[in-house]
Design a protein around this ligand. Structure first.
Ligand code: URA
Ligand code: ZN
Length: 390
């Protein structure tokens, strides 16, 4: 009998109790606000984005109670989750608070995972692992970030770090961060790059009330796209080629724009000679979650990854001809990993399986050109390999 193939969720969030209490204590965004409903009940609302519509989103134990996370996993047959603190992390805190809270939350995360049940089919794997937090805020002394990287690498259930797009205030191409990339690479931690702010100042969404749709569906992925593109352009992946960067929401729009990016670089005298490789090549150095909700989108992302190695040298595009949709597509699938974005996007009826989860699983199952091995990889095998869980 063949071993059971595991389902691993690498995009699943928490606000641990310590963080939730901080949000409750605040009087400005980000915050958790208790309010009385028209029927006289009390409910908690989460306000994390500026101009949050509808008085914020519902928030409850599914964000902080580990039993709720495990129940959600059981409901959807998820064997292992690699949890991460949800946005906006520590971004809004002064440096000394950010530093001490990062350390405390990392310890909390370790105990959240290490005291979780073992996977029934394994004597060594837990059901929960985590991405730690770094105190990435303006004016933080770099040694404080480095000491937190050391702390995370000493905690056995912490397998990476979740980071936003702003670095310590100037973005991910900030030269001040050089030692940070070096230390993360050396520690072998996976970087999960996740959006929070969107792009622009919000005016681009217009005046019509569209709820959260425009910032979440478009602002989030564009923000990730800009951040990772700036990181690539600054040569960080050339200088630290063993960095493992996992992009939220299937890399935003980067896969669709990587050839355009390559062309713009080729035609720009300022950046033309800055990179060791054609921009498309870097797609083969990144990992992408499968939170895309559609088979065609996942297939496309794997095509772009699968062809990437052919674009080894700058300007190599003219001589490259790669077939996609067959073996090339399967090749790219190795860098795509299932995720749910739990507890965001809950269903309206609590007893149902979550539509956001089912859609992402069906999307994986329906990709043309992915055989069962490729699908099993995206469902869990690729995550086990990336996080060294065996
Ligand atoms: N909304 C958020 O604010 N964060 C997520 O991760 C998903 C939806
Ligand atoms: Zn998320």
């Amino acid at each position: 009998m063949s071993a059971k193939k595991l389902l691993v969720d690498i995009h699943t969030h928490v606000y641990l109790p310590r963080y939730a209490s901080l949000l409750r204590s605040r009087t400005s965004v980000p915050r958790i606000l208790s309010r009385t409903t028209p029927s006289g009940d009390t409910e908690d609302r989460l306000l994390i984005l500026d101009h949050e519509p509808s008085g914020g989103r519902p928030v409850g134990p599914q964000y902080w109670d580990r039993e709720e996370k495990l129940k959600f996993m059981d409901k959807h047959d998820i064997d292992i989750s690699v949890v991460s603190t949800a946005n906006p992390w520590l971004d809004f805190l002064p440096p000394s608070t950010a530093h001490s809270l990062a350390q405390d939350l990392n310890t909390d995360l370790e105990s959240y995972c290490s005291t979780s049940p073992l996977l029934p089919s394994s004597s060594s794997l837990n059901r929960l692992y985590a991405f730690g937090l770094l105190p990435l805020v303006p004016s933080i002394p770099i040694p404080h970030i480095l000491s937190t990287i050391s702390q995370i690498s000493s905690l056995p259930h912490l397998k990476g770090v979740i980071i936003g797009t702003r670095g310590i205030g100037k973005g991910l191409d900030d030269p001040e961060l050089e030692l940070v990339w070096e230390a993360i690479e050396k520690a072998g931690l996976v970087i999960f790059l996740h959006p929070h702010y969107g792009v622009g100042n919000g005016e681009e969404w217009g005046e019509r009330e569209n709820g959260h749709v425009l910032p979440l569906a478009l602002g989030f992925p564009f923000e990730t796209t800009v951040a990772i593109t700036r990181l690539i352009l600054s040569g960080i992946l050339d200088r630290y080629p063993s960095l493992h960067i996992l992009l939220a929401h299937s890399g935003g729009t980067l896969p669709l724009l990587s050839s355009r990016l390559s062309s713009c670089i080729d035609h720009d005298p300022i950046v033309q000679h800055c990179l060791k490789h054609d921009a498309r090549w870097y797609m083969s150095k990144l990992w992408f979650d499968a939170v895309a909700y559609g088979s065609e989108e996942l297939g496309f992302v794997s095509d772009v990854i699968g062809r990437a190695e052919a674009f080894d040298k700058p300007g190599s595009s003219a001589s490259v001809s790669v077939s996609v949709g067959g073996e090339g597509r399967k090749k790219g699938s190795e860098r795509i990993l299932f995720g749910t974005d739990h507890p965001f996007f809950p269903p309206l009826n609590e007893s149902e399986k979550w539509r956001s989860v089912v859609e992402n699983l069906e999307a994986i199952d329906g990709v043309r050109g992915w055989d069962q091995e490729a699908k099993d990889g995206v469902r869990g095998g690729n995550a086990l390999a990336l996080f060294g869980l065996s």
